[in-house]
Design a protein. Structure first.
Length: 210
């Protein structure tokens, strides 16, 4: 393994001891569901009860700093209306906005005309710009840990739904048939993500997001 590979696959420093203790390395499939819930709850509770702004900043930047390496195998397979499943989808959407802001803005603008009512919930400026979108996604993710989890999930669901509609419009306008088909598949996945985040938000509001 090269030096670059070893740095890529390093185990990141945990945010909280309780999170690290919930991840023994290679999880047994029989216990992975419990580990997913325990680690997500430990992370959420650890940040919510912390008054240190650096801790919050680290959670917002967790995916960018490769801090989801250990958690992804657990969280990505969790049901959408569970805490780990909801946080995973929120982080994936946040990471996409951070890394592909131009494309997110393009698709959002194309979709906002179709579902104008969701624009207010998303909190994006009109028309959105890349830096503003990325700041708003930071705010949504930060709010999930420090404020109203249900609202944060519903806002993220609105973003994904608007972008899904925009992706579908761009698929219809694509000159290349293969590219259009791929965008249609992307639109379907984004719409499903939006629906899942919205459902998770309702579960959180009802106190049923475990």
């Amino acid at each position: 393994m090269s030096s670059n590979d070893s740095s890529r696959f390093r185990r990141p420093a945990p945010l909280f001891d309780s999170v690290a203790e919930a991840i023994p390395g290679e999880p047994d499939p029989a216990t992975s569901a419990d580990l997913a819930h325990d680690s997500a709850r430990a992370l959420l509770d650890g940040v919510f009860h912390s008054s240190d702004p650096e801790v919050v900043a680290r959670v917002v930047a967790l995916a960018a700093d490769d801090g989801l390496t250990d958690l992804s195998a657990l969280w990505s397979g969790a049901p959408a209306t569970s805490l780990p499943g909801a946080l995973w989808r929120l982080y994936v959407l946040h990471t996409w906005a951070a890394q592909g802001g131009d494309e997110v803005v393009r698709r959002y603008r194309a979709g906002s005309r179709t579902v104008p009512g969701l624009r207010y919930l998303s909190g994006f400026a009109e028309p959105p710009e890349v830096e503003q979108v990325q700041r708003t996604m930071d705010d949504i993710l930060r709010g999930a840990f420090t404020g109203d989890l249900a609202l944060a999930l519903r806002r993220a669901g609105a973003v994904a739904t608007i972008v899904a509609h925009g992706t579908a419009h761009l698929a219809d306008d694509a000159a290349d048939g293969a590219a259009g088909d791929e965008r249609t598949r992307q639109a379907e996945r984004l719409l499903r993500t939006g629906e899942e985040l919205t459902a998770a938000g309702h579960h959180a509001e009802a106190g049923r997001l475990d």
